[in-house]
Design a binder for this molecule. Structure first.
Ligand code: HAM
Length: 450
């Protein structure tokens, strides 16, 4: 490009920039992805903290895995033709590399990979893992459905497919809902059988749908030869009547699957957890066998908005570990939809205290006090005393107004005289009583007062 051309194109781009309105210059977040401002962020962390507490109590080991994984991990877990791989995955490509990568849409495949890759296979079993964090699915954004969302996830790898673990996974999930005063959760549960008995059930199901093909929606007709079980997942009005009289998987289970499922239900009954045998529950992911479950809200008018949203789900996946080349390892897991739990907490205006109330406010008057305020706050921080300030403000009235608004119990008044004498006034905001205390003793006195 000649000098003349470069100058001309520079000028053109400058003019273009000038013509852009202030609004045009803004960059927006990606559709279906959100910022979490302070209150939401605090609530998110509160949910994760409660989850972490539960995992400690129930002896899960907290791990974290990368957000980006080889695309193959998800393709092989769910099948290349599955909805999650075909429609919902974000694929990423590193510059200069031909390797196909994907943003994780769920934790289970990563947990399996990490379990095998890090030799957890050789550790005493059961190996109980907990994971939490953001995930990505190119879903249609709507209430409770985001393109970046969060899960709290539990996985148990064991030597035998013991129904006790299915119950333990469900129990821990239920306790998380309870911790947030969500006490009207119903466990939707079903068994979709194992490699031995499922093919026969799928055959019966396919025959039923073939016979009634006319009454099925177009999507179901299309899915019938590819993934018959998923027909039970259809939410379209047209298919609801058909669904109401489908053959039930429970009637086609082999003895082992039947015994396993019966035992899971007995554990739930022993624990007093409310469940509903849901014959059409099959789950949207392809690796499941035997027990599958989801958490939904009781059907009430007040819950209508959340009626079709599952707050979490999971099940057994006894074949996934060996599918990735390790020895046969039965496993069961769950993922709780943290964003949906947040939405519900907000909808119900449940009072979940997320930010500890401020108790002390530091008021400074004059330059010397302002300068000495920072080391004073640091001293208090060492004693784990939380303190609010408005050092950017100069006027006493403005600072008092903030202290009042925060409803603090104590104001520390740090004036010129006090700063000079290395002391501070402690003012009880309720009674107005004041006491001057040497800076060296302030932490001790405040601890006593709080
Ligand atoms: P899932 O049913 O795909 O299962 O997701 C679990 C939960 O994540 C859902 O019940 C829902 O609450 C939440 N969720 C899913 N997609 C979205 C979205 N787009 N926006 C907001 N929330 C969403 C799994 O992910 C399995 N890995 C669970 C599992 C663990 N199975 C065995 N171990």
């Amino acid at each position: 490009m000649s000098q003349k051309n470069i100058a001309a194109s520079q000028k053109a781009s400058q003019t273009k920039g000038k013509n852009k309105s202030a609004k045009d210059k803004r960059v927006h977040s990606v559709k279906g992805m959100r910022d979490f401002l302070e209150n939401d962020q605090l609530l998110l962390e509160k949910i994760f903290d409660t989850f972490k507490e539960l995992t400690r109590f129930y002896n899960y080991r907290l791990i974290s895995t990368p957000i980006v994984e080889p695309l193959e991990l998800f393709e092989r877990s769910n099948g290349e033709q599955s909805d999650i791989v075909q429609k919902e995955m974000y694929q990423v490509k590193a510059r200069g590399s031909s390797k196909k990568l994907g943003l994780r849409p769920e934790f289970t495949p990563s947990a399996v990979r990490a379990y095998i890759e890090n030799g957890l296979t050789h550790q005493p079993h059961p190996v109980k893992l907990a994971l939490y964090g953001p995930l990505f699915r190119h879903d249609k954004p709507q209430l409770g459905r985001y393109r970046q969302f969060h899960q709290a996830d539990l996985e148990i790898f064991s030597t035998k497919n013991n129904p006790l673990y299915d119950a333990q996974i469900i129990l821990a999930s239920y306790r998380l809902f309870e911790a947030f005063k969500i006490n009207d959760v119903i466990i939707q549960i079903n068994s979709i059988g194992c490699k031995a008995c499922r093919p026969n059930y799928v055959k019966q199901l396919a025959e039923y749908y073939k016979k009634n093909k006319k009454s099925a929606c177009e999507d179901c007709k299309d899915r019938l030869p590819k993934n018959t079980l998923r027909l039970l997942d259809c939410k379209k009005e047209k298919c609801q009547e058909l669904k109401s009289s489908v053959p039930m998987s429970l009637e086609h289970l082999c003895v082992e699957c039947k015994t396993h499922f019966k035992s899971v239900l007995e554990f739930l009954e022993e624990l007093g957890l409310p469940y509903n045998l849901n014959h059409t529950l099959v789950r949207g992911l392809d690796y499941y066998s035997k027990t599958v479950f989801e958490f939904t809200l009781e059907k009430t008018d007040a819950n209508e908005k959340f009626q079709n949203l599952s707050l979490g789900g999971g099940g057994r996946y006894d074949y996934l570990v060996e599918h990735f080349g390790a020895r046969h390892t039965p496993a069961v897991g769950v993922a709780l939809g943290v964003d949906r739990i947040m939405d519900l907490i907000k909808e119900r205006k449940l009072s979940i205290t997320v930010r500890p109330k401020d108790k002390i406010f530091l008021i400074h008057i004059g330059e010397l006090a302002k300068r000495k305020s920072l080391p004073l706050i640091e001293e208090l921080r060492k004693s784990k005393i939380q303190i609010r300030e408005a050092l950017g403000k100069e006027s006493l009235a403005a600072q008092l107004k903030i202290a009042d608004k925060l409803g603090v119990k104590i104001a520390l008044i740090f004036g010129q005289k006090e700063a000079f004498e290395d002391s501070v006034i402690i003012r009880d905001m309720k009674t107005g009583a004041q006491e001057t205390v040497p800076l060296a003793k302030i932490a001790k006195v405040l601890k006593k007062r709080l």
